[in-house]
Design a protein around this ligand. Sequence first.
Ligand code: 13P
Length: 253
Amino acid sequence: MRRKLVVGNWKMHGSIAANKVLLEGIIKGVHDLHEVDAVVCVPYPYLCQAQSLLLDSNVAWGAQNMCSNNDGAITGAVSPAMLVDYGCTHVIIGHSERRNLFHETDDTAAARFNAALAAGLTPIFCMGESLEERESDWTDYIVGRQLDSIIRRFGPLVLEHAVLAYEPLWAVGSDQAATPQQAQDVHDFIRRRISRCNASVASAVQVLYGGSVTPANAAQLFAMPDIDGVLVGRASLKVDDFVGICKAANVQT
Ligand code: 13P
């Protein structure tokens, strides 16, 4: 039985004062939820604050990106070891905003994915198609290519230590979430594709959905057999919304 996982992706939002209110609210809201794991992926400057506030809670924390090198003359970069230093358990890899705004490719995402595993972090590997690609019936091709960029390089067993996230680009930040069935169809495709290489890995890997998730649509998403959790943007910035989504995950297990 796969556990439910709710991950907040704060993106480039937050301040020391606002984070304190948000994190303390989340800690209080999820402390008695035992059937769901909650993670917040915060901007780098707030990792220290997340670590000190969340240390004794049942909320884990992580980052939204990282460099694939462990050190070196790379101005502006943050290494996997630095994330580990701050107690991170998870790191988002290959988010569509990184792919589109910062020219991340399948190759660079795969290198980061591998470096995260080597550092003992759980990569949350993002995949998803644009609206144009969906309308051209290319969803399986695009998601399959992104998934294969990991499996072909590293083999299916690395997915025992990773989380996958299907985030259709047209649903991210748009108020137009995928329907539960649309998401389920792609999650099923992902699992079947992994299953061609290793059936037990395919049935164990957690596959999250992301894109305009709210407390109002979370329960229907969680009711789908292959949706094991969600990657939440805007709704992770509000205590009631994030906690509401965690509660919806908690009752579905
Ligand atoms: P929204 O929930 O704001 O649509 O963002 C989704 C996302 O990109 C999470 O990684």
